[in-house]
Design a protein around this ligand. Structure first.
Ligand SMILES: Nc1nc2c(c(=O)[nH]1)N[C@H]1C(S)=C(S)[C@@H](COP(=O)(O)OP(=O)(O)OC[C@H]3O[C@@H](n4cnc5c(=O)[nH]c(N)nc54)[C@H](O)[C@@H]3O)O[C@H]1N2
Ligand SMILES: Nc1nc2c(c(=O)[nH]1)N[C@H]1C(S)=C(S)[C@@H](COP(=O)(O)OP(=O)(O)OC[C@H]3O[C@@H](n4cnc5c(=O)[nH]c(N)nc54)[C@H](O)[C@@H]3O)O[C@H]1N2
Ligand code: SF4
Ligand SMILES: [Mo]
Length: 743
């Protein structure tokens, strides 16, 4: 006889949305998944990824046991061992490497936000005596913005798209990348009788998100900084700024006026390829539609040299138009969730930043050159943050090492050896720039220990010494503030017990910590205990939390600065950044050409006449995930696509669906399938990122086809091309050529 079906209220974690789902469980197995109609944020919505979650979970290739390498790295020879044994061995090796080379010899790698317990990594490193040597895509994925905003106004800002009168989709494609936000926007756009929102799109590719735009600015890739400075020029010049706000709440306005004088519409038009009138009109539309907000996508984080300055200029735009923390503007987010004067425990309270000594902090890789995402800047910003919010300033997503430096350091051992690496929820062979260098580093004998925590045997896992199977969102509970970026908490319960010998990443860090003498710091036996600890101060029970799905503040507070000012050294929004100044950087924004461009490197144009963008999100896949056949997701997007204008394709003899090579001045080429569309600028192509092929041979040299269509074979990572503020590299606006593959 069948046992009873139970319904678990879980939260999906196939992307950053954490939609509420109902998981029907029978005999310990997931039988059915639907959206939770009562969920206060997602209201029953789930996307194709979640619809196929059962096939994903029970896919035969999912790892269920710990693996220890027995052949050479990348040879694909493994021995199955118990998880506990793997941990004993890893702890012993790590301990001996620590004794020999110091605790800084360990480097961690992490993916984009994929669980609610990344703080456990941060806690472990602080206790281990490591200076937060972490590589992750953060500095090319919003964490750079975060540190810039923290320096300038002491808070993260997020666009308030639900209430705004004008949204600028600045290099962002919510239709493919952020589905719940797209639904909000689409509802407002589609309201034909009473449409009360203007949309401005800044993007070389006019995607479906842009079809409803009031203005589309198809700029030359990588020239966003010039456009933003041009807007500031127009807004100040035409007196369209908010005088009262500027006088009362900003610092350095007169110096800003001086700086933007040179960014006339005429000059900006020459740089961006837009018409001067377009620049003036769009600046007016943005500045006169109050409230307005800027929905920045990830593309401006991926411009190398000028990235940080684009973000600085974006914050300035919000500030001078009085949109910072105004309803419908750029909302100051991430204040701890408080209900009736009681406060949810934030991620940062788990990190133990004070355990990291001054001497240790100084050892963080690259901290002397790329200063904004290191302890030096954190120490300036943190006291203001802590005074205002009453909680520690996060280490998570603030302290990140530039990947290109770390990869070089593994190989050169300068300034000190990196002997051990722990990679959790990340596939750097796919995401990191300059894949051949990543391969060299991860197969280098200098690296004596590499542990990967994963669901699948990926190209990165294949190069490890130990691969430990991770428990997924269906096998763990959730309490997420999105790493303190929001003022709410998403909750979800564990639907089933972890399959096989799978464990949450939290359990890995805890078990490793306990083996290395950190026992007293890991009191929570499981994640349920962590969730309970976090919500305990609110006086809400676990059951109630799960039932509610999301805890929200009683009301959304705006203009929070009116109470205590901005959490910056001057108490104001620093248009002229005293934090940048103190760190030795230009305090004001400026435009600089991308490291490789028709203007900076015209000598390359004969050979590489096209501008190459990489990335470009698409449904249903999430980064390098969901490539396995049989889940129902690869089936609907089986091949890597490069978007090309039909005119350009015509000249090259390329038809829709042809396989083509894309080649850059780095002398390497990859293949993708041509997708022709008039919506892209004729001299620009966009190649999808993160492509590997689980069906190909796993061992080197194929490594699951990790080098065939992977755009990071083509990207630039020379230290001189990185954003001087953050060390972020350039994934967009490079030069390339495209040609048809012969049969
Ligand atoms: N389906 C799906 N959704 C995802 C993800 C996924 O992998 N798949 N990843 C998640 C993650 S981690 C992130 S960071 C977000 C990113 O989400 P988005 O920020 O939307 O990222 P993209 O689609 O890569 O880029 C957005 C737009 O930038 C444009 N662009 C390229 N170069 C430039 C430029 O130089 N200037 C300007 N102004 N625009 C440019 C592209 O044409 C594209 O339309 O998506 C998240 N959501
Ligand atoms: N050229 C180019 N490169 C890019 C980009 C681009 O636009 N262009 N985009 C960049 C951006 S914005 C990002 S965010 C990165 C994405 O980089 P990552 O976030 O590292 O994404 P993935 O490469 O998919 O690797 C994530 C891995 O984690 C595993 N995983 C998922 N959840 C968990 C979990 O809870 N625990 C464990 N242990 N494993 C888990 C998945 O199976 C997957 O293999 O790529 C970056 N790289
Ligand atoms: S949008 Fe899709 S993948 Fe993302 S959380 Fe919601 S259901 Fe899951
Ligand atoms: Mo990202």
């Amino acid at each position: 006889m069948d046992s009873k079906m139970t319904i678990k209220k879980a939260a999906c974690f196939f992307c950053h949305n954490n939609c509420g789902v109902l998981v029907y469980v029978q005999d310990g197995k997931v039988a059915k998944i639907t959206g939770n109609p009562d969920h206060p944020a997602s209201h029953g919505f789930i996307c194709q990824r979640c619809v196929n979650a059962i096939k994903w979970l029970y896919h035969p290739d999912q790892l269920k046991h710990a693996l220890k390498r027995i052949g050479a790295r990348g040879e694909g020879k493994w021995q199955q061992i118990p998880w506990e044994q793997a941990l004993d061995e890893i702890a012993e090796k790590l301990s001996s490497l620590k004794d020999k080379y110091g605790p800084e010899t360990l480097i961690a790698a992490e993916g984009t936000y994929r669980s609610d317990h990344f703080w456990a990594r941060s806690r472990f490193l602080n206790l281990f005596g490591n200076p937060q040597n972490l590589i992750c895509p953060g500095m090319i994925c919003f964490c750079n913005d975060y540190t810039i905003e923290m320096a300038m106004l002491g808070s993260l800002v997020l666009d308030d798209i639900g209430k705004t009168k004008c949204v600028v989709l600045w290099g962002a494609n919510p239709k493919e990348a952020r589905l719940t936000r797209w639904r909000t926007l689409k509802r407002r756009i589609d309201n034909k009788d009473k449409r009360d929102i203007k949309v401005i799109v800044v993007d070389p590719l006019i995607s479906d998100s842009a079809a409803y735009a009031d203005m589309c600015l198809q700029l030359r890739p990588g020239t966003d900084g010039a456009l933003a400075l041009g807007w500031i020029h127009v807004i100040i010049g035409e007196g369209l700024y908010d005088r009262e706000f500027v006088d009362k709440w900003t610092y350095g306005f007169n110096k800003l006026i001086e700086r933007v004088r040179e960014y006339t519409p005429q000059r900006v038009a020459e740089i961006t390829g837009l018409r001067p009138e377009e620049i003036v009109q769009s600046a007016r539309l943005y500045a006169t539609s109050r409230p307005a907000c800027i929905d920045r996508g990830v593309s401006t984080d991926q411009l190398g040299l000028n990235s940080g300055r684009v973000e600085q200029a974006r914050v300035i735009l919000g500030a001078i138009t009085g949109n910072i923390d105004a309803p419908g503007g750029d909302f100051m987010s991430g204040f701890p969730l408080e209900i009736d004067g009681k406060r949810l425990k934030s991620d940062s309270e788990f990190e133990l930043a004070d355990r990291c000594s001054k001497e240790t902090r100084a050892k963080m890789i690259g901290a002397d050159r790329f200063k904004l995402m290191s302890w030096g800047s954190w120490e300036i910003v943190a006291p203001h943050y802590e005074k205002q919010r009453g909680v520690p300033c996060p280490n998570l997503h603030y302290l990140i090492v530039p990947t290109p430096l770390a990869m070089r350091q593994i190989i050169t051992e300068k300034p000190y050896p990196l002997k051990a690496m722990i990679t959790a929820a990340s596939n750097p062979v796919m995401w990191a720039p300059n894949t051949p260098l990543v391969l060299e580093a991860l197969t280098h004998p200098n690296l004596e220990l590499h542990v990967v925590l994963e669901y699948w045997m990926t190209p990165t896992a294949q190069l490890a010494d130990y691969v430990l199977p991770a428990a997924s969102w269906l096998e763990r509970p959730l309490c997420s503030t999105v790493e303190d970026w929001t003022t709410l908490a998403f909750g979800g319960e564990r639907a089933i017990k972890p399959l096989g010998d799978r464990h949450e990443d939290y359990q890995f860090w805890r078990a490793l910590g306990i083996r290395l003498g950190q026992e007293e710091y890991w009191p929570w036996k499981d994640l349920e205990e962590v969730v309970n600890d976090r919500i305990a101060p609110l006086g809400i029970s676990y059951e109630e939390f799960i039932e509610r799905g999301v805890l929200l503040p009683p009301r959304q507070e705006f203009k929070k600065y009116e109470k205590n000012g901005f959490a910056t050294p001057t108490g104001k929004i620093e248009l002229y950044s005293t934090v940048f100044e103190k760190l030795g950087y230009d305090p004001l924004p400026y435009y600089e050409e991308p490291p490789e461009s028709p203007v900076r490197t015209p000598e390359l144009l004969d050979e590489y006449p096209l501008i190459l963008n990489t990335g470009g999100r698409f449904m249903p896949q999430f980064h390098s995930e969901h490539r396995q056949w049989g889940i129902g997701l690869r089936e609907s997007h089986p091949d890597p696509l490069v978007t090309i204008h039909p005119e350009t394709a015509g000249k090259l003899g390329i038809r829709n669906g042809d396989w083509v090579f894309i080649e850059t001045a780095r002398g390497r080429r990859i293949k993708q399938k041509a997708k022709l569309t008039k919506h892209i600028l004729p001299n620009v192509v966009n190649a999808e990122a993160s492509w590997w092929f689980p069906e190909r041979p796993g061992e080197l040299p194929s490594l699951f086809g990790a080098f065939e269509s992977n755009v990071n074979m083509l990207t630039i990572d020379e230290p001189d091309t990185l954003d001087p503020l953050t060390g972020g590299w350039c994934n967009r606006a490079m030069l390339c050529k495209v040609y048809k593959m012969e049969e």
